[in-house]
Design a binder for this molecule. Sequence first.
Ligand code: TPP
Ligand code: MG
Length: 562
Amino acid sequence: MMKQSNMRTGGRVLVDALGVHGVDTVFSVPGESFLAALDAFYDVRDSIRLISCRHESGAGFMAEAYGKLTGRPGICFVTRGPGACNASIAAHTAFQDSTPMVLFIGQVARHQQDREAFQEMDFRRVFGEMSKWVAQIESPDRIPEYVSHAFHLAVSGRPGPVVLSLPEDMLREECAVRDTGPYQVVRAAPSPGQLDQMRTLLGAAKRPLMVVGGGGWSVEAARDIAAFALANDLPSGASFRCQDVFDNDHSNYVGDIGIGINPALTARVRDADLLVVVGARLGEMTTQGYTLPAPPNPAQTIIHVHADASELGRVYQADLPVVSGMGQFATAAAALKPVDASAWSDWAKEARQDYVDWCKPDPVPGKLDMAKVITVLQERLGRDGLIVTDGGNFSGWGHRYYRYTRYRSQLGPTCGAMDYGVPAAISAKATAPDRLVVCFVGDGGFMMTGNEISTAMHFGIAPVILVINNNMYGTIRMHQEREYPGRTIATDLTNPDFAQYARSFGAFGEVVEETEEFAPALDRALDAGRVAVLELRIDPEAITTRTTLGNIRKQALAKKGG
Ligand SMILES: Cc1ncc(C[n+]2csc(CCOP(=O)(O)OP(=O)(O)O)c2C)c(N)n1
Ligand SMILES: [Mg+2]
């Protein structure tokens, strides 16, 4: 048969489809299973940047962070069983964090399927629980349809990850097929009746509290929800690692409701008579382990706004459940006639004061005071700052003391995954090169994906990485001391010299041991013009912003009568 000019390989149809949907960056570790797609990327290398990484968890987290930062799907390409398994942590994170992402996996050829061929896995089963949808494309002429569906699903309703499996022979096969148009974002909006009802509930309240968080926000939605709060003098908190959804300098911001919550804020959640929960799931972190509010029918009246109907009534029965996108809800709420808020003006003022008081640092053991480190960062970064955090106790300093004043100025795994920080910071700096991207990561987390410094060097991406070194898996040590005091095991770490490690990649590296050394070291790191690592050696006793490891052990022993 004569070759027609409109014939394209599956790989090319796929890469063209990415172009149609506006993809500008792809994160990957290459594999022979998707060579035909890689070859198609060669031809579009001026419009789609292909960032090849050193580990698929790094590539996956970079894609997730891209999705978190931009609201557009982060794109990741990995190979068959080994690559897919390595990348699965990013899919799980995107799922729990409601981040739009599309993970493409090279798969064994169609005629080899179901034989346990080399590296074969059934990705529909593997990713069933950690994606919104997983499918395998069996024919190249259906690629545009599948990719369009994947993009629509990733961003619509509650955003999340979608997985597409690509048999390698399918990517090589030629076909004639037309491209689709670009995807659109489809989200619900609150009804006028629901808005009326919300106004009525708000008008009847004496001690209302709003909690914002979750995925699907934007600069405009964050601005509108703040306007709604201001108009109704509504004290407003943010869920775990979603602090940048609400300007922390706003007179109605009252702090974050997650791990290490201000006890005064816990009391306010308890004493509130109305909770307006917008975007956050009423999940374990937001409810102090499903205790506050008490499920399923708490004392507080609950208005729960979420993009996904299946989250409403999941654990808590809301008095007013509303399915809505964040932008759609925030615009409507901001346009609502404000209620008379005089009944709770003292409550609102006091709640804000609680937060202001909470930001005053407690004393910190050791020569390097992390609270002061945050103050310096705040001064140096201003509104250009973008704080990226890994999972671990060191993140508590940034949660408590940093003021997030702009949507997106915080990127962190709300699912608590370690090893997120370094790749996410690299992705953030690649995506927003004008921002001052600073990553907080522990010595534990850094040793999981710190190798991606190599990727940053290769592509000329220059975030600043602060390795908060306490020579242990500190979080787990804390829990051990609390539950099994004095019987520590598996939590001590022997580390490399992190500055020297960084320098071995050609990166900038310095050690900071005292508070006064931090500001000049940060200046040098910001000016380095390449990825910079500052190892911050902290006292292992400085385990949280509020207490020491020794105190935790002492209290646990006293409780056990030891
Ligand atoms: C991928 C992953 N593995 C294990 C854990 C469990 N975990 C939570 S925090 C933590 C220790 C973190 O150590 P480090 O990064 O040094 O931070 P630190 O707590 O010492 O400040 C561990 C092992 C996790 N959250 N994620
Ligand atoms: Mg540590």
